[in-house]
Design a protein around this ligand. Structure first.
Ligand code: KG4
Ligand code: ZN
Length: 358
């Protein structure tokens, strides 16, 4: 019989159709495919939910076949299916969960529902093992959350944004500057050529809860800087601003976002005892954020685990990885002690009869 030892992970929460396979004996990811819809959405300056779910419906089966092919395994070798259940765009989640349910029923295997944010949270540990408790920062297009993590199944939110997510601040900033979508990677690139002191952005403090963050003021501040520059240079639209000004605006905006996150990281590391720090989510791709959190962790002598670029933006490897641990937990709890072995007299008699015959 062909061994069934692969978990299939599926993520269709937003604008990436992703499928991955994890081999359960080794715990290793052997395939992680991502079909990105970025090109399609960039025309509209952001994700169009209806187009996103249609594209998932069209691509899912194809990416699935490619994933099996790349891994060199057959359908029957899948031992469990894991799928992102929440949070995400409802139409997109529906496509993924319907596919996952049908496949699990067809194969007669378990189905694991995975929380997308928790999957991001553990993504720095896909190729290593976490040590608990660790401090995790999930920083993506829709969320910015610091977690205190005690186990794969026990975590608390320490602080989070009360308005825009950090990724949203990058995306909205880039849109305002006419730079395209998604804004994060573009701002990151341009910021490398700019002066981060050129424009002042105040760092927001949430008075009623110092553990929380706020990024929504940044886009207003950026708008004011852009309007002032346009007025000074007698330019009508930000797209026509000189390259240096755009680069300086990107560098200053990025520094403000990273500074805000860094300040919270420092505070959490200094006030509590963590064994490690893990950075994850799409914004974890940001070059300045990566180097800054590394520096802060070094200063606090805490190991810093940065999710690998392939596991930062939405991917199904992180979904399969979390399900792998859910499955392990389920297996552990199925082992319950019994003080004495239950004896089934009928079975014993049958066994005795069989051995006598042989
Ligand atoms: O995790 P993700 O793929 O999707 C969500 O779950 O939201 O994150 C997407 C976000 C977008 O806001 C994108 O602009 C941001 O990640 N991002 C970056 C970089 N690469 C992607 N932000 C800053 N710098 C980057 N290099
Ligand atoms: Zn995500």
């Amino acid at each position: 019989m062909t061994p069934k030892n692969y978990i299939l992970g599926i993520d269709t929460s937003c604008d990436e159709t992703s499928l991955a396979l994890l081999e359960t004996d080794s715990g290793k990811i052997i395939s992680n495919l991502i079909s990105s819809q970025v090109k399609m959405h960039s025309e509209y300056g952001g994700v169009v939910p209806e187009l996103a779910s249609r594209a998932h419906a069209e691509n899912l089966e194809l990416v699935f076949q490619k994933c099996l092919q790349q891994a060199g395994i057959s359908l029957e070798q899948i031992s469990s299916v894991a799928v992102t259940q929440t949070p995400g765009l409802i139409g997109c989640l529906l496509v993924g969960t319907s596919f996952a349910k049908a496949l699990a029923l067809r194969l007669g295997v378990d189905l694991y529902a995975v929380n997308h944010l928790e999957a991001h949270l553990f993504s720095p540990y896909i190729e290593s093992e976490p040590e608990f408790p660790f401090l995790g920062l999930v920083v993506s297009g829709g969320h910015t959350i610091f977690y205190e993590v005690h186990s794969f199944f026990d975590m608390n939110v320490l602080g989070q944004t009360i308005d825009d997510a950090a990724g949203e601040a990058f995306d909205k900033g880039a849109k305002l500057l006419g730079l395209g979508y998604p804004g994060g990677p573009i701002v990151d690139k341009k910021a490398k050529l700019g002066d981060d002191q050129a424009f002042a952005f105040t760092r927001a403090h949430v008075k009623w809860s110092p553990n929380h963050l706020s990024f929504s003021g940044l886009k207003t501040a950026l708008l004011h800087h852009v309007q002032a520059e346009c007025r000074n240079l007698k330019i009508e639209t930000p797209e026509n601003l000189p390259e240096t000004t755009i680069n300086n605006l990107c560098a200053s905006l990025q520094a403000a976002i990273v500074d805000n996150l860094g300040a919270k990281l420092k505070a959490f590391l200094q006030n509590q005892n963590f064994k490690r720090f893990g950075l994850s989510g799409g914004v974890a791709m940001n070059s300045l954020l990566r180097s800054e959190v590394q520096k802060i962790c070094d200063d606090n002598t805490i190991p810093c685990d940065l999710a690998k670029p392939a596991f930062c933006t939405d991917n199904a490897a992180m979904v399969a990885y979390l399900a792998y641990h859910q499955k392990k937990k389920a297996d552990v709890f199925s082992v319950s002690p019994q003080a004495s072995q239950k004896i089934n007299a009928k079975e014993l008699k049958k066994d005795a009869y069989r051995s006598a015959k042989n």
